[in-house]
Design a protein around this ligand. Structure first.
Ligand code: HBI
Ligand code: FE
Length: 294
């Protein structure tokens, strides 16, 4: 992923003020330069997203107090979210430990990075900041299906951790909430926050010939590794966001057992069993691999 960093293996960066790692957003202390960075990012994405973001994302964005001129105030976001889906946004310093992250989600609290990237790192940073978390994730928390799915992921994450199955579950989150695409009547649309908060990946994921676009299949996705530091080689496509309802209710236990001992797939693999919407050329990934080896 390029503009909008993420999760995964990286170690949490800062120390916790509270046991749950929440801090005060300190909204009044944001500088004019920080608000200006938000505005640059907001306007860039807002130009790109019409016709690219899914309907639910657009509807959520419209209904929330998120605009160009200021970094949003988490208390105001939480007021609106609480009324619609019972979610809140709480401030954290950056990446938090997995169990802390899952505990928040399980209680319908979305931990959002308090800080904003510096002007020289508009297109790449290693941790989720307020732009990725609020612009990318929060609009979909207005949607009842996503709201339940995210809570279920928090609960499932705690169970997966105790079973040693977190890597398999994290892939489901990665290929849905972070990098998911969805088929809508007008065409393929973005719902993943890692895409929706990234200018370059917004274009790459939908318009570039390089990546594969493959029908989402849970068993397949749980066995598929992912890249955290570059564009995805494959995107997985839902027929509708309602498919996440099943994923929120499913018992993952039998899945964990089933895939034990089964081979895993590389990020760019295309299988005979895949329902392929677009077979990618792989040109981007090939060029990057060549660059890395010199
Ligand atoms: N912390 N702030 C924050 N945001 C995340 O998305 C996040 C995290 N800690 C752990 C984590 N994600 C992941 O490793 C899990 O989703 C697997
Ligand atoms: Fe994210």
């Amino acid at each position: 992923m390029i503009d909008a960093p993420h999760a995964g293996a990286a170690a949490p960066a800062a120390t916790a003020a509270n046991a749950d790692w929440t801090i005060d957003q300190g909204w009044a202390a944001y500088t004019a330069e920080e608000h200006a960075t938000w505005k640059t990012l907001f306007e860039r994405q807002t130009r790109l997203l019409p016709g690219r973001a899914c309907d639910e994302f657009v509807a959520g964005m419209r209904a929330l107090p998120i605009g160009a001129d200021q970094i949003p105030d988490f208390r105001r976001l939480s007021d609106v979210l609480a009324r619609h889906t019972g979610w809140q946004v709480v401030a954290v310093p950056g990446l938090v430990p997995d169990d802390v992250f899952f505990n928040h989600l399980a209680h319908r609290r979305f931990p959002a990075g308090q800080f904003i990237r510096r002007p020289h790192e508009l297109d790449y940073l290693a941790e989720p900041d307020v732009f990725h978390d609020v612009f990318g994730h929060v609009p979909l928390l207005m949607n009842p299906v996503i709201a339940d799915y995210m809570q279920a992921y928090g609960e499932g994450g705690l169970r997966a951790q105790s079973l040693g199955k977190l890597p398999q579950l994290a892939r489901v989150y990665w290929y849905t909430i972070e990098f998911g695409l969805v088929q809508q009547p007008e065409g393929l649309r973005i719902y993943g926050a890692g895409i929706a908060s990234s200018a370059s990946e917004t274009v790459f994921a939908l318009d570039n010939a390089s990546p594969n676009r493959i029908r989402f299949d849970l068993h397949r996705v749980m066995r598929t590794r992912y890249r955290i530091d570059d564009f995805q080689e494959s995107y997985f496509v839902l027929g509708s966001l309602d498919e996440l309802l099943d994923l929120a209710r499913i018992d993952f236990m039998p899945m964990y057992h089933r895939i034990e001992g089964e081979p895993e797939f590389e990020p760019g693999a295309v299988l005979a069993s895949d329902a392929v919407l677009t077979r990618g050329t792989g040109a981007y990934a090939t060029a990057r691999t060549a660059l890395r080896s010199c």
